[in-house]
Design a protein around this ligand. Structure first.
Ligand code: FES
Length: 202
């Protein structure tokens, strides 16, 4: 499991841009009066998207004011959940699942690929400054292990060579195709079904 690192370099100010301000206001309307603080996770996520994939401390303070809640409570949420990045991670952020099902299917070979192509250390920017990687816990696609997440997309059924190829593409500014890299559609079995063959059981 990776350790949360809070960036030493912090922008002084943060505020939602016009579009995100509208979105934040809409989200708050989903909650009953005096319970708007429950929107904190969604608002942190919007702040992260706006700020190139990471959340500065000034954004946490802004959200605390926005939701009328103590800053420390926003800080606690942001530092607890692994989906929030608290230091710059690059426009392409690669998350490598190394939980048991991915690990026994070769996830550490994918980590090797990231170390070779991006950076020896997690959450450190590549030379091109546009990419970084980290290890994460299960991303819920164990049936297609091993896998990585790049920004919002999943890349599944990988091995080291395929991962190197995907990273080469993003370092070249291309957009690799998400999904299974063994030609499966979603998580269908390879070489046809072997169970639930009778229609009335399927
Ligand atoms: S263990 Fe890797 S996606 Fe679940």
């Amino acid at each position: 499991m990776s350790i949360k690192k809070i960036s030493k370099e912090q922008p002084e100010n943060f505020e939602f841009n016009k579009k995100n301000l509208e979105e934040a206001k809409k989200i708050i309307l989903n909650y009953p009066e005096n319970k708007q603080q429950s929107a904190v996770m969604a608002l942190l996520y919007i702040a992260q998207r706006q700020n190139y994939n990471w959340i500065p401390l000034s954004a946490m303070k802004y959200i605390a004011k926005f939701l009328n809640m103590p800053y420390i409570k926003v800080y606690e949420v942001a530092t607890f959940y692994s989906m929030y990045n608290l230091s710059p991670v690059g426009n392409y952020f690669i998350q490598v699942c190394t939980t048991t099902p991915c690990m026994i299917r070769g996830a550490y070979k994918l980590v090797e690929a990231c170390k070779e192509k991006i950076s020896q250390k997690e959450k450190e920017l590549s030379k091109s400054q546009n990419c970084s990687w980290t290890e994460v816990e299960c991303l819920g696609a164990c049936v297609n292990a091993p896998m990585i997440q790049i920004n919002d997309d999943y890349f599944e059924d990988l091995d080291k060579k395929k991962t190197l190829d995907i990273i080469d593409q993003i370092l070249d500014g291309k957009k690799p195709k998400p999904g299974s890299y063994r030609g499966r559609i979603n998580s269908e079995p390879e070489n046809n079904r072997k169970t639930l063959l009778r229609k009335n059981n399927a």
